[in-house]
Design a protein around this ligand. Structure first.
Ligand SMILES: [Zn+2]
Length: 246
């Protein structure tokens, strides 16, 4: 059977059969792959720490036709983000990123934007980056890459740029100014549009750029999370853990 290979980020693993693991991989070229790592739970197995969550690996595998699972024959560790996961908040955040990617990525279709987003945010976190800022950056770009990020700087009703508080449209497809809003359920903080614009134009950075201070990030993230929950039609369970534990 021919062996194939690709670069991938390990999203998560779970136990399978007596001594195996299944790894959910997000690959640069092929999107989501699910693979059996035979013997990965045996002591001193050949996979070592390459299957730790969020490891960047080169995976060697083969697949049988019409089988959903690939068989992983080997995995070379390229970059590890094991150290930063000693912090519980970071661990919960990274599982949240992994769940979002698993939710929206169809199998066997690469998504270069999403792959580069996850990798660059991981590298910034690995270098000691600001967690709330990088989480907001990830959420904004995740929505954008999935085509789910509406225009928040202009009112859906009167088409004027929104000055002052805006309100999220009930279907999550835009914003209303105070005068046009049909319901005033979720307020969009005034900094949200500027933050999204900044994120669109700039790669992630380790420190939070001015003027997006911690206080304004919380409000921006609340809106981004409402959009994520609305479009996924459920609250990601890792998001619930994140809120309960941080
Ligand atoms: Zn309006």
């Amino acid at each position: 059977m021919p062996i194939d290979q690709c670069e991938a980020i390990v999203l998560r693993t779970y136990h399978f059969a007596d001594q195996d693991k299944i790894a959910v991989l997000f690959s640069r070229e092929k999107g989501l792959l699910r693979g059996v790592a035979k013997g990965a739970r045996k002591f001193g197995n050949r996979f070592g720490s390459s299957l730790e969550p969020l490891s960047v690996v080169r995976v060697f595998y083969y697949e049988k036709e019409r089988r959903d699972l690939i068989t992983i024959s080997n995995c070379d560790l390229l970059e590890s983000f094991f150290e930063i996961q000693k912090d519980l908040r970071t661990t919960f955040t990274l599982s949240y990123f992994a769940e979002l990617i698993e939710e929206v990525s169809p199998s066997r279709a690469g998504d270069e934007v999403l792959y580069r987003l996850l990798l660059s945010v991981l590298r910034c976190l690995g270098a000691g980056g600001n967690l709330p800022f990088l989480t907001a950056y990830f959420e904004a770009w995740f929505l954008r890459a999935a085509g789910l990020l509406p225009e928040l700087g202009r009112c859906k009703g009167c088409r004027k740029p929104v000055a002052g508080p805006a309100w999220l449209a009930p279907k999550g497809d835009g914003a209303y100014c105070g005068a046009c809003a049909p319901s005033k359920k979720e307020e969009i903080p005034p900094e949200a549009a500027a933050f999204l614009e900044w994120a669109r134009k700039n790669p992630p950075s380790e420190s939070c750029p001015m003027p997006f201070a911690a206080g304004s990030l919380a409000g921006i993230r609340k809106v981004l999370q409402t959009l994520i929950v609305y479009h996924l039609e459920k609250e990601p369970k890792t998001l619930r853990h994140l809120k309960d534990n941080t």
